[in-house]
Design a protein around this ligand. Structure first.
Ligand code: ZN
Length: 171
């Protein structure tokens, strides 16, 4: 088992749309295990494959109820609004208040190929939306208000990334 280096802002792999997984084989199972290990080491509450340089539609998460893996996820419904101070392991040590839908209905598959259908709100709902964005090549910076974003870009341009995030609620 290995811990992957987490790709950070500026890496082009974070801007690519990840590809659907057609077959859940041993490689995917191993990838999921290594992604979970990487996520716990960070530490974070979620991690999508592009964040470890793999352009596949899979993410892992744990919001305190144990490790979970979702393959080929889709959000089929979203409701309400919720403001949350969101962070990202690929944009370390920075957080912004971001408004997104409060509840989402996520579908996908688990590692055994079973269909998943999960109603999630607040933190879990936020993690799902954040990870889905990663699979579509979208970083949370694109979810910021215009002024917030300008300021964020100034900070990011000015700094050299040196490693892992300290916050534990990043994804
Ligand atoms: Zn992220």
């Amino acid at each position: 088992m290995a811990i992957f280096p987490i790709r950070v802002f500026g890496d082009p792999v974070l801007r690519q749309r990840a590809v659907e997984i057609e077959e859940i084989d041993g490689k995917i199972v191993r990838l999921s295990e290594e992604m979970l290990e990487t996520m716990y080491a960070a530490p974070g509450v979620g991690l999508a494959a592009p964040q470890v340089g793999i352009e596949r539609r899979i993410f892992v998460y744990d919001v305190g109820e144990g490790p979970m893996t979702v393959i080929n996820p889709e959000i089929v419904e979203s409701r309400g609004e919720w403001e949350y101070e969101e962070g990202c392991l690929s944009v370390p040590d920075l957080h912004w208040l971001i408004v997104r839908p409060k509840e989402v209905h996520l579908v996908g598959h688990d590692l055994q190929g079973n269909e998943l259908s999960i109603e999630a709100d607040e933190l879990l709902g936020r993690v799902f939306q954040h990870e889905l964005d990663h699979l579509d090549g979208i970083l949370l910076l694109e979810r910021l208000e215009r002024d917030q974003r300008k300021q964020a870009m100034r900070v990011l341009r000015a700094r050299a990334f040196s490693g892992s995030a300290e916050a534990s609620r990043d994804a």
